[in-house]
Design a binder for this molecule. Structure first.
Ligand code: FMN
Length: 336
């Protein structure tokens, strides 16, 4: 029997693992589902450009779709939402329906990607300037997948103007999305500068559907500041989770999610600055990748990307991270 996806609702808090293309792939999602604390994860974006995508592409980027009897989830049982990025309503809708036929219980639409290449082709954050187009894509997807499959969208505050996010949110609500994730920065900001919680709060106050707060939630302090400033009950973490595997469980404790279950026994006092704490984590990641049939070079590349994000959030780790990032083989990296 297919499990139903844990849809977000007002009054029921949630913590979500962010989509991160090129970093948070199926192996790392499996690892993070073992760390516990999360309600669900969002896949890396699947880009729909010149035609609807075949099942093969969806299964490559979101292999969790293969677990169709139980929905789309990691081996540890964490539900995975499929994220699509595209601007042509009929292509995105047909691909969404295909994902649902393969077992997806929830679809997310990406209207926040800042990549110049993606934006030049009319996808991602550039659509924040055209709420009519956003509405057309979301409406077409809703129509294709029906009322029962969860549908959400991920936006930014705007391209440059922070009012654009409000118009996009209202267009999305009218199109029938179940919730909206807001990365509280503009496209112009990229990933720099501070998230603007005040602008996010305005979207929350005007919105009928749950709004998920996202951007620089890196520890308890930044989480509490975001909660207080936005009034949100739903949160998404990306780089903060990459830099501290215990963050999900700590925040889920704050939110009283009862999701402290963890298949991986992370020490309660895990200090992300200490290399010794990470080595068993990297070993486990390597085992997961090998079991998935990944080549050691692939695992090494992904490990280095993970380490890069760790060092960017905690510069104090550079001293031991940089030498690992210079190693030439996975064995050397894990032995260092
Ligand atoms: C390397 C990288 C890849 C990303 N890929 C995606 C993606 O595929 N889809 C998406 O909606 N957002 C993507 N994002 C944005 C994140 O989901 C998130 O909104 C952003 O990093 C801010 O949250 P954080 O501070 O918790 O990381 C990506 C961000 C980074 C840094």
């Amino acid at each position: 029997m297919m499990k139903s996806f844990p849809k977000l609702e007002h009054g029921r808090p949630a913590l979500i693992l962010a989509p991160m293309e090129g970093v948070l792939d199926a192996a790392l999602r499996q690892m993070y589902s073992e760390f516990g604390g999360l309600c669900f994860a969002v896949s890396e974006f699947v880009r729909v450009s010149s035609a609807p995508l075949p099942a093969k592409v969806l299964l490559e980027i979101v292999p969790e779709l293969r677990s169709s009897e139980s929905g789309c989830e990691t081996p540890g049982g964490l539900p995975v939402q499929v994220q699509l990025l595209g601007s042509e309503p009929s292509y995105v809708a047909e691909t969404a329906l295909r994902a649902v036929q393969l077992g997806a219980g929830a679809i997310d639409l990406n209207f926040g990607c800042p990549s110049a290449t993606v934006n030049r082709h009319g996808g991602g954050a550039v659509m924040l300037r055209d709420p009519g187009r956003i509405c057309a894509v979301a409406e077409a997807v809703r129509h294709a997948i029906g009322p029962d499959i969860a549908l959400s969208a991920k936006i930014r505050l705007g391209w440059q103007d922070k009012k654009e996010g409000k118009d996009a949110a209202s267009a999305l609500e009218n199109a029938g999305v179940d919730w909206i994730v807001v990365h509280a920065r503009t496209r112009e900001q990229g990933y720099t500068g501070k998230p603007c919680w005040e602008s996010l709060r305005q979207i929350v106050e005007e919105s009928r559907v749950p709004v998920v707060a996202n951007g620089d939630i890196l520890d308890l302090e930044s989480f509490r500041a975001c909660e207080l400033a936005t009034g949100c009950a739903h949160f998404m973490i990306g780089r903060g989770a990459l830099a501290d595997p215990g963050l999900g469980r700590r925040l889920s404790g704050e939110l009283r999610l009862n999701r402290a279950d963890s298949a991986y026994s992370l020490p309660a006092d895990f200090d992300p600055l200490q290399k010794g704490n990470w080595l068993p984590v990297f070993q486990r990641f390597s085992t997961i990748c090998a079991a998935r049939g990944a080549r050691p070079e692939y695992t090494l590349r992904r490990l280095k990307q993970w380490l890069g994000w760790l060092a960017s959030i905690h510069p104090g780790t550079r001293e031991w991270v940089d030498p690992i990032r210079r190693t030439l083989s996975l064995a050397q990296a894990l032995d260092s």
